[in-house]
Design a protein around this ligand. Structure first.
Ligand code: 13P
Ligand code: SF4
Length: 365
C-alpha cells in the first residue's frame, strides 16, 4: 500500500551521513525489487551503493537483462531513457534527479536534425538512399527514433568502429551526431581522409557547407562535443611525457583528435579501467576522462605501485551526473519503498519502438 509521496525538500537538508543511512534502510525494504545501475563517472558517495556498474554499452545490456521492478539509474538522462526503452513494459526506470542531463546530448535536437536531413535532401536528392544516420548513445530518445526510422543505428564509445562499418555497408555516407570528436576519431581509424569528414554546424544554413563539400564528404560530423573532454589538450600530454618518459597515456574518444593521436590507448570508460587494472605493477598513467572515475581508479591501483594522473590541470567532473547525490538517491528510494514512483523516465510508446529498433540494430552488430 502506498503512502503520500515524500517531497524532496525534506531530504535536501539531510547531512550526507544521514542520507547514506536512509539509502541503506530503503534498499533493505526494497530488496531485489530495485536494482541500482551506476555509470563510472558517478560520484563516490553514490557509486558505493551500486549493484552494477559499467560504460554506456554495458549498462544498456544490463538494463535489458535485469528482472528488477525498478531500475534506479545513477547516470544521466539518456542512460535512463535507454533503460526504459530496453526493459520490459512493466519495469520502471528512475533517474533520482531529473536535472542530470548530458550537455553533449543537448547539442542536437530533433528539429535541428530534421532540418539537416531536409537540407541534405536538397543537395543529395534522397538522403534515405545515400546517408546512414548514426547517433552516439549520448542523445535523446527521439534522435534514436529518427535513426530507427531512417535505417540508422546507435553507437557507443566501445562499438563505434564496428557500427561505422555497418553504416557504410548500408549507404555511401554517414551523418554522425552529436559528438564530432568520436565520429572523427572513428573515421580516422578507418582511414577516411580528414577532408572527407566535414563539420555540420546546425546553426548555419546547410551546416555552413557548400554543395560540393556535402557531395564529397564521407562523414558529416555534427558540431557537438563534451564539455568535460574538451578540456584535455595535446600540450597536457607533451608536458607529462617529459616528466614520465616511460609512462602511458590513455584517453576517452570524446577527446579531440590531437589528444587521441598522442595517446597510447583510446577507448571507453570500461576499457580505460580494464586496461589500467590489467597493466603491470609500478606503471605510470595519464588519463583523459572524467575526474570521479580517475580518482577512484587511482586509489584502487595504488597498492600495486601504479600511479594514475588526471590529464587536465583544472577540475573537470561531469557536473550534470554529479547532481545525483545521496540526498536525491535517498529520496527516490524511500518513495519507492513506500510504493510511490518518483522521477520515472518514460519514453512515449511510438518513439520507444523506433528507438528500440536503432538500439537493437546496434546490439546485433
Ligand atoms: P562510456 O560509454 O565510455 O562510459 O562514455 C559515456 C560518456 O558519457 C562519456 O562521457
Ligand atoms: Fe555527457 Fe560529457 Fe557528462 Fe559524458 S561526461 S555524460 S558526454 S556531459
Amino acid at each position: 500500500m502506498s503512502v503520500a509521496t515524500i517531497q524532496f525538500d525534506r531530504f535536501n537538508q539531510l547531512q550526507d551521513e544521514q542520507a547514506q543511512e536512509r539509502i541503506v534502510a530503503a534498499r533493505e525494504r526494497l530488496g531485489d525489487r530495485a536494482v541500482l545501475l551506476c555509470h563510472h563517472y558517478q560520484r563516490a558517495d553514490v557509486y558505493r551503493h551500486a549493484d552494477l556498474t559499467g560504460d554506456s554499452l554495458k549498462l544498456a545490456k544490463l538494463a535489458s537483462q535485469t528482472d528488477a521492478e525498478y531500475i534506479v539509474f545513477c547516470g544521466v538522462h539518456f542512460m535512463a531513457e535507454v533503460a526504459d526503452i530496453l526493459s520490459r513494459p512493466e519495469q520502471v526506470a528512475i533517474l533520482p534527479d531529473l536535472a542530470a542531463g548530458c550537455s553533449m546530448a543537448d547539442m542536437a535536437n530533433l528539429a535541428k536534425v530534421e532540418r539537416c536531413w531536409r537540407e541534405l535532401g536538397e543537395v543529395l536528392d534522397d538522403p534515405d538512399a545515400s546517408i546512414t544516420p548514426v547517433t552516439y548513445i549520448n542523445s535523446a530518445a527521439d534522435l534514436k527514433a529518427f535513426c530507427g526510422e531512417h535505417g540508422g543505428i546507435v553507437c557507443t564509445s566501445t562499438n563505434a568502429p564496428k557500427i561505422l562499418d555497418w553504416a557504410f555497408a548500408q549507404r555511401e555516407k554517414v551523418l554522425f551526431f552529436p559528438d564530432q570528436h568520436l565520429g572523427r576519431w572513428t573515421g580516422y581509424k578507418k582511414d577516411i581522409p580528414l577532408e572527407q569528414m566535414v563539420v555540420w554546424d546546425p546553426d548555419q544554413e546547410y551546416g555552413g557547407l557548400t554543395p560540393d563539400e556535402i557531395r564529397n564528404a564521407k562523414i558529416l560530423l555534427w558540431k557537438g562535443h563534451c564539455s568535460v573532454h574538451q578540456m584535455f589538450q595535446e600540450s597536457h600530454i607533451r608536458r607529462w611525457r617529459m616528466q614520465h618518459p616511460d609512462g602511458f597515456v590513455i584517453s576517452h574518444p570524446e577527446s579531440n583528435l590531437e589528444v587521441c593521436l598522442n595517446s597510447d590507448h583510446v577507448g571507453s570508460t570500461e576499457f580505460i579501467i580494464n586496461t589500467i587494472k590489467g597493466a603491470p605493477p609500478n606503471t605510470q598513467w595519464l588519463v583523459g576522462t572524467e575526474l570521479n572515475l580517475v580518482s577512484r581508479l587511482a586509489e584502487e591501483v595504488k597498492p600495486e605501485g601504479k600511479t594514475v594522473q588526471f590529464m587536465a590541470p583544472t577540475v573537470c567532473m561531469c557536473s550534470t551526473m554529479q547532481r545525483i547525490d545521496p540526498q536525491h538517491l535517498a529520496w527516490a528510494l524511500e518513495n519507492l519503498a513506500d510504493g510511490n514512483v518518483v522521477n520515472r523516465i518514460s519514453v512515449p510508446v511510438h518513439e520507444a519502438e523506433l528507438a528500440r529498433l536503432a538500439l537493437e540494430r546496434m546490439l546485433a552488430v
